[in-house]
Each structure stands twice: as structure tokens, then as C-alpha cells.
Design a protein around this ligand. Structure first.
Ligand SMILES: *[C@@H]1O[C@H](CO)[C@@H](O)[C@H](O)[C@H]1NC(C)=O
Ligand SMILES: *[C@@H]1O[C@H](CO)[C@@H](O)[C@H](O)[C@H]1NC(C)=O
Ligand SMILES: *[C@@H]1O[C@H](CO)[C@@H](O)[C@H](O)[C@H]1NC(C)=O
Ligand SMILES: *[C@@H]1O[C@H](CO)[C@@H](O)[C@H](O)[C@H]1NC(C)=O
Ligand SMILES: *[C@@H]1O[C@H](CO)[C@@H](O)[C@H](O)[C@H]1NC(C)=O
Ligand SMILES: [Mg+2]
Length: 258
């Protein structure tokens, strides 16, 4: 009885906030099917779980705890994900603006792609927000559609970095076979130019993202690039060697890649 009252009140709150704020925060319009933001989860604090995931205290996990599916869904589709992303992008920009750049075209910023540059939220909204086990067949079919929206905070950062004279290099765990669709998708949503788009070649098959990405960053440094910044949603984008002068971790409570 009281649960339905809470749910009812929460629904009113969501609806009234939505109309007041015009839902301008939404990357994707689907809303979770049920739940009241994770407040009534009996033995798990999903907020604590998420914070521990973001801080890299909980590592190597394969799926979002089933109890937290509703919580993660509300987080991802609601205002908080966008606010958290904005703080990260703003800090990155403040840092970039503080740099004394040489203007020789060798200052670069590394961007990861999935959940950094482009968002898979429309896919995950239909697959339990990470509570369902990863299905590579279904996920690859989604990627091949080439219809991923930009993460707006990252797109804004990307544009500002370019205007400061910093070049952008994408390093993604996507394979070479997805180069075309990735290029088209990036351009369609506003990422019009880049220095390099590095995809995971077959030589790296079976290696972790940390190994692959570190190795590609080392190659860049050998070619004379200075990695002034690096942004990604996974710790594996930001750990290892040649990580860059500063790293920026975007939120992602939906999956973990080592
Ligand atoms: C919550 O409690 C249930 C029942 O005791 C248990 O099966 C489940 O694993 C618990 N969840 C977590 C994340 O501890
Ligand atoms: C940039 O140059 C200014 C003036 O020379 C100096 O005060 C500042 O510390 C430098 N900043 C960095 C990040 O090197
Ligand atoms: C992935 O999804 C497809 C299509 O629904 C299904 O046939 C396949 O069994 C799934 N694979 C796994 C590993 O669950
Ligand atoms: C990728 O796109 C280029 C140019 O648009 C085309 O020539 C090439 O055949 C495409 N490759 C694949 C694998 O689709
Ligand atoms: C950036 O990192 C490189 C490599 O670690 C270092 O040599 C350089 O001094 C750093 N630059 C700044 C501005 O901290
Ligand atoms: Mg990513």
C-alpha cells in the first residue's frame, strides 16, 4: 500500500519536474518501466554501489546487480548522469584552458568512443541498463546501425578543445571492421574532424583494453604527439602507461571493461 503511494508521489514529481524543465537533459526518451529511483531496495544501496564502481573500488564486475537495474535506469535517463558528465567536461575544459600550448599541432587529447563520445543509451535502455549479460551479437548489430547519439557534454568539450588548437585522437575498443560505420556516425552527430581514429586491430585480439590503449598511446608519443588530456568512461581508458598529463573519468555504471 505505502509502496504504491510512494511510487505515485514519485511519478507526480517526475512528471512535474519533466514539464518544468522541458526534459532537455534527455539523450534518449525511454523511461524505465517501474521503480521509484532505487529508494526502496531492501539490502543494497545502489548509490553506494555506483560510487564504488566509479571510484574503481568495485572492479571486474560483469553485470549490474539485478536489484539496481531500476536505480541505474533512473540515473542514466534522469538529470544526474548529465550533471555528473557536465562536471567532468567542465573540469577538463578549465584544465585545457590553463595550458600553455606550443601551437605546433602536436598537442592532442584522447577520446574514447562508446559512452564517451557516442552514447549507447538507446540500446541499454532496452537491455536492462547493464543488468542483462552482454550479448555481442545484439550489441554489434546495434553499432552497425550507426545511429548513436552524441554525449552532449563530450561534444561540447570536443568543440572547445578544437577551438583551443588541441587535436583530437579517438582510441576505441571497436574493431577495424567498424571503421566506416563509426566514421559516419561520428560525423552525423557533430564530430566533423580528428587527427586519428584508432580502432582495435587484429594484432590486439585477446589483449585487455589497458594493454591495447597504452600501446597505441606509446606509439603516438613516439611520433612526437604530446597527450595533454585523456577522457573515457572506463578506468581501462585511463590506466596503464602514457596516459596523458591529465585524465578525466566520465560516469558509466552500466558495464565494466578491463
Ligand atoms: C540481497 O538479499 C538477497 C536475499 O537475502 C540476496 O540473495 C542478495 O544477494 C542480496 N543482494 C546483495 C547485492 O547483497
Ligand atoms: C603558463 O605560462 C604562464 C606565464 O608564463 C605561467 O605563469 C603558468 O604557470 C604556465 N602554466 C603552465 C600550466 O605551465
Ligand atoms: C544473443 O541474442 C541472440 C538474439 O536474441 C540470441 O539468439 C543469442 O542466444 C544471444 N546470445 C547469448 C550469448 O545470450
Ligand atoms: C568504407 O567506405 C569507403 C568510402 O566510403 C568505401 O570505399 C569502402 O568500401 C567501405 N568499406 C567497407 C568495409 O564498407
Ligand atoms: C606532461 O607529461 C609529460 C610526460 O609525462 C611531461 O614530460 C610534461 O612535463 C608534462 N607537461 C606538463 C605541462 O605537466
Ligand atoms: Mg567507453
Amino acid at each position: 500500500m505505502w509502496q504504491s503511494l510512494v511510487f505515485f508521489l514519485a511519478t507526480i514529481l517526475v512528471v512535474s519536474q519533466g514539464s518544468e524543465l522541458g526534459l532537455s537533459h534527455q539523450i534518449h526518451l525511454l523511461r524505465p518501466k517501474s521503480g521509484s529511483g532505487g529508494a526502496i531496495v531492501p539490502n543494497v544501496s545502489c548509490l553506494s554501489w555506483r560510487v564504488a564502481v566509479e571510484a574503481h573500488n568495485i572492479i571486474g564486475w560483469s553485470t549490474v546487480p539485478k536489484e539496481c537495474e531500476g536505480y541505474v535506469g533512473h540515473y542514466m535517463l534522469g538529470h544526474q548522469y548529465r550533471k555528473d558528465s557536465k562536471v567532468v567536461a567542465n573540469e577538463a575544459l578549465l584544465y585545457a584552458q590553463s595550458l600553455n600550448l606550443t601551437g605546433d599541432g602536436k598537442d592532442v587529447w584522447i577520446f574514447d568512443i562508446d559512452e564517451t563520445t557516442l552514447s549507447n543509451l538507446p540500446y541499454y535502455a532496452e537491455h536492462g541498463f547493464g543488468a542483462e549479460p552482454y550479448n555481442s551479437t545484439l550489441f554489434n548489430a546495434w553499432v552497425l546501425k550507426g545511429t548513436q547519439p552524441a554525449l552532449p557534454e563530450s561534444l561540447n568539450l570536443y568543440k572547445k578543445l578544437l577551438s583551443l588548437g588541441i587535436k583530437v585522437i579517438f582510441i576505441t575498443g571497436r574493431g577495424e571492421s567498424q571503421r566506416n560505420v563509426t566514421t559516419t556516425n561520428l560525423k552525423n552527430v557533430g564530430y566533423h574532424t580528428w587527427e586519428k581514429l584508432i580502432l582495435k586491430g587484429s594484432a590486439y585480439s585477446g589483449t585487455t583494453a589497458v594493454v591495447y590503449k597504452s600501446s597505441e598511446r606509446r606509439n603516438l608519443v613516439k611520433k612526437g604527439y604530446r597527450i595533454v588530456g585523456n577522457i573515457g568512461d572506463q578506468w581501462s581508458d585511463l590506466l596503464g602507461h602514457h596516459v596523458g598529463n591529465r585524465t578525466f573519468k566520465l560516469p558509466d555504471p552500466m558495464y565494466y571493461i578491463s
